[in-house]
Design a protein. Structure first.
Length: 154
């Protein structure tokens, strides 16, 4: 559970996303084909067991890297990875869970939007993210019992 940046024009602020695919997109590989390495660290998340959701969600692909989204990268990220949101953690978490055969849900609320003209929370406007994060996390935490009730019983 957490926040993410949304691609302006593709998704709305405060939308709760349920991640179906996580792509670690910011790999720079000097020894072999970068696209092959990115594909290795891309995780399809099995949500086939999830029949319902306790709150409205939008299923999405997320790009995940060790930096904020750069406005100039958005067109390529949309086209190449079919993503509408990005964050810093989901790719690594999803990959580790896959390696350990561990079921997971990644839910991210869109705290701010990034587009050609920049980001809502960039250039000293972190209050946009702070206020959104508070709203989003309250909603996600309140929904947690509903998500837990959906887990398959052993």
């Amino acid at each position: 559970m957490g926040t993410c940046g949304g691609f302006k024009g593709e998704i709305e602020r405060d939308t709760i996303t349920l991640v179906e695919k996580a792509v670690v997109y910011d790999i720079i590989n000097q020894m072999s084909d970068t696209d092959e390495v990115i594909a290795k660290f891309t995780t399809e998340i099995d949500l086939s067991w999830l029949r319902d959701t306790p709150i409205p969600v939008t299923r999405a692909s997320i790009v995940s890297g060790d930096r904020d989204l750069r406005p100039e990268d958005i067109p390529l990220l949309k086209e190449k990875y079919k993503a509408t949101v990005g964050d810093w953690e989901s790719g690594g978490i999803a990959w580790v869970c896959k390696q350990n055969n561990t079921r997971l849900l990644i839910m991210r609320g869109v705290s701010d939007l990034v587009g050609a003209s920049g980001g809502d929370a960039y250039d000293g406007k972190t209050v946009v993210w702070i206020e959104a994060a508070e709203r989003i996390m309250k909603k996600l935490v309140a929904s947690l019992p509903g998500w837990i009730s959906l887990l398959p019983q052993p």
